[in-house]
Design a protein around this ligand. Structure first.
Ligand code: ZN
Length: 133
C-alpha cells in the first residue's frame, strides 16, 4: 500500500511529537526543547530531546532521531503504515486508500491480456490436438 507523501506531510503537521513521545516517555521542559530519559538506550541522565518547533526527537546519547512516525516505529515496533494509521486516527484523518500508479495499472492490464492470450492459444492447441485424434 502506498501513502501519498502529501498525506504524510499533512499528518505530521497535525500531530504533535511532544504528545506522541510523551505517551511513552516522561518529558520535562529544558529550554526550547523537552528532555527525557532515552527509551532507546539505558541512561540515568536525560539526553533524549524532543523539539516542538522542529517536530523531531534526537538522542545525544545514542544518536537516535526522527519524527513522530519514526518514534512510533522505533519504540513500539510497528510498521510505517501502522504508525501512520495510528497517528491519523488520533488526529481524525482518514488514511487515503491504496492508490495504484497509472503505469502499475497499465502493467497489470497488459499482464491480464497476455494471460488471456495464452489461455486462448492453449485452448486452440487443445482443440487442434483433439481434432487430430
Ligand atoms: Zn538514546
Amino acid at each position: 500500500m502506498a501513502i501519498p507523501p502529501s498525506f504524510i506531510q499533512e499528518l505530521l503537521s497535525r500531530v504533535d511529537i511532544v504528545e506522541v513521545v510523551g505517551r511513552y516517555v516522561p518529558l520535562r521542559k529544558g529550554g526550547v526543547n523537552l528532555m527525557g530519559l532515552c527509551p532507546f538506550h539505558g541512561e540515568k541522565t536525560p539526553s533524549f530531546s524532543v523539539s516542538p518547533g522542529k517536530q523531531f526527537f534526537h538522542c545525544f546519547g545514542c544518536g537516535k532521531h526522527g519524527d513522530a512516525i519514526g518514534f512510533l516505529m522505533e519504540h513500539t515496533g510497528v510498521s510505517f503504515i501502522e504508525a501512520v494509521k495510528d497517528l491519523a486516527q488520533q488526529v481524525g484523518l482518514a488514511v487515503p486508500e491504496e492508490d495504484v500508479p497509472p503505469q502499475e495499472r497499465a502493467r497489470a492490464a497488459a499482464q491480464r491480456r497476455h494471460q488471456a492470450t495464452l489461455t486462448e492459444v492453449l485452448r486452440k492447441a487443445e482443440d487442434a490436438f483433439k481434432a487430430q485424434l
